[in-house]
Design a protein around this ligand. Sequence first.
Ligand SMILES: [Zn+2]
Length: 346
Amino acid sequence: MPTDAPESTPTLTPKDAPAPFAPTGTDSFAHTRPSDFILRSSDGVDFHVHKDSLKFASDVFQDMFAVVAPNSAENDAEQLMRDGKPVLPQRVIYKLLCFAYPARSAGQVKVDVNDIDPDLVDVFRAAHKYQFVVLEEMLKNTMNEFAGLPSRAIADPYRIFAIGKLLGHRELAKAAILAATGRERPKMLNFPELRLLSWSEGEQIHQLTAEYKHKMHAALDAAANVSHLGTTELVWAWRQHSEPLKPSTCTFVEPGPSNPLSIPCAEWFLKHIEQLKAGALGLPYSQITTKECIQALSPSLRTTIASCFECARFTEREIQLFADHACAVLSKAHASLESEIDAVLS
Ligand SMILES: [Zn+2]
């Protein structure tokens, strides 16, 4: 009598686990590979499994079967504990076994960063406790892969941070913090791991993302305040032509209908810095995208620049040089912030 789904309520009479760990049914192992062991969950569900598979997957089971002489009566409803109390609920055992058995479909072992199983932390902990060494290694590798993803690939950095903290995976927690720097702080958090995290652990991501944003914006301001570059004495046209001796003005155009306003050339540049800080910079810093973001001027700023003879001539080249300069400053700030995050997380 297999149940329909992995979820069930605790009962006194043991029930059979869903396929493929049911004792009968076409999609169980019954007709091709009959089971030789029953594993009972803490909520009274019997999993019909194979000693050889458990021994292969788990060092704990390998030892257990080496010590306990095989005896069909004793082995019935053997529980996944040594102190006599079953600790793992059905849903965790089910997922643990699904991962541990040889994959029967590609989806069985795939873990997607934006579709993580709500029991992943429990499964990972159980894999560690019962020494499902291959599975534990596989899950660790998956976490390593997640930690190496570009920030924009992580849809819910707050959940990924929680998982990184709970599993003691520092690089994953750090990747999540960096990913969160490019997002608005959510008004409410709601994910399965939230209840497992302490208040102070949860606060870390808020504090560190705020700190990161603040210091990166300060670094951008510092870069923008440089009036000319290096020994070549390149002076930004947008600054130079705003000086009283060499007057030149842009016609500032705000998005939407407005009366064009004559402004000192440097003002569109300051507006650009403001827009970068408001989100256009695309935090966290990235060697690949940050320079493009700094060079990308909004359409209304482009109209302003085109209205001025001096700015129209020089801006294209100068904004490239400025982006190079700003990226060097931001890259340094990012590296030092990464060390700060490491120090807090370790
Ligand atoms: Zn101008």
